[in-house]
Design a protein around this ligand. Structure first.
Ligand code: FE
Ligand code: FE
Ligand code: ZN
Length: 186
C-alpha cells in the first residue's frame, strides 16, 4: 500500500471506517439480544439505527471525494468485536455481563471517535466542506453514544454488577437466582 498524498490517507481512513461500521452493524443486534438491562438493549438498538446512518453518510463522503465507496478490512474493529464476542459466549453473571458489554462498546466508540476525528481533520485540510459537515455529525453521534454508555454504567449497571457479587457471596439462594436468570437468557 502506497499513500503519497493526504488525499490517499483520507480515502484510506474512510475505507477503514466504512468496514468498521459494517462490522458494527452485524455485532450490535447480538449485543442487544445479550443485554439484560432494557435500557442497555434500547441503547444498542438506537445506536444500530444511527450506525446505518453513518454508513449512508460515508457513502456520500466517498462521492464528494470522487472515490468509489469501498471497504478495507479494519483489523482493529475485528479485534475489539472478537473480545466482545468472547464476553458474550462466557458464562457470566447477567449484571456483570452488562457492565462488560458497556466497556466493550465504549472501546468501539472510542475507536470510531478517533477515526472520524482524523477523517474530519483531513477533509478540512482538503477543502471538502460538505464532507466536514457530515463527518462532524457522525462524530457528534459517536461521542453522544459514548456519553450515554457512561451515564448508564454510572447510574445503575456497574452498581448492579457489584451488588450481584455481594449477593452471590452471601449464599446459595442468590447464586441459584443468577443461574436461573442466566438460563432464562438463553
Ligand atoms: Fe458509527
Ligand atoms: Fe481500523
Ligand atoms: Zn458508534
Amino acid at each position: 500500500m502506497n499513500l503519497n498524498t493526504l488525499k490517499d490517507l483520507y480515502v484510506d481512513v474512510l475505507k477503514d471506517l466504512y468496514d468498521a461500521e459494517n462490522q458494527i452493524l452485524k455485532a450490535l443486534p447480538k449485543m442487544a439480544k445479550a443485554a439484560s438491562s432494557t435500557e442497555l438493549q434500547e441503547g444498542f438498538q438506537e445506536h444500530l439505527q444511527q450506525s446505518e446512518g453513518h454508513v449512508e453518510r460515508l457513502d456520500q463522503v466517498f462521492e464528494f471525494a470522487g472515490e468509489p465507496a469501498k471497504r478495507k478490512k479494519c483489523r482493529a474493529m475485528e479485534g475489539l468485536l472478537e473480545e466482545g464476542k468472547e464476553l458474550l459466549e462466557s458464562d457470566s453473571d447477567p449484571e456483570v455481563l452488562d457492565a462488560g458489554m458497556i466497556a466493550a462498546a465504549q472501546k468501539v466508540e472510542h475507536y470510531e471517535i478517533a477515526g472520524y476525528g482524523c477523517a474530519r481533520a483531513y477533509a478540512q485540510l482538503l477543502g471538502e466542506n460538505e464532507a466536514v459537515e457530515l463527518l462532524q455529525q457522525t462524530l457528534d453521534e459517536e461521542r453522544r453514544a459514548d456519553e450515554k454508555l457512561t451515564e448508564l454504567a454510572m447510574s445503575q449497571i456497574n452498581l448492579a454488577a457489584e451488588e450481584g457479587k455481594q449477593a452471590a457471596s452471601e449464599g446459595r439462594a442468590a447464586r441459584k437466582r443468577s443461574t436461573a436468570k442466566a438460563q432464562a437468557r438463553r
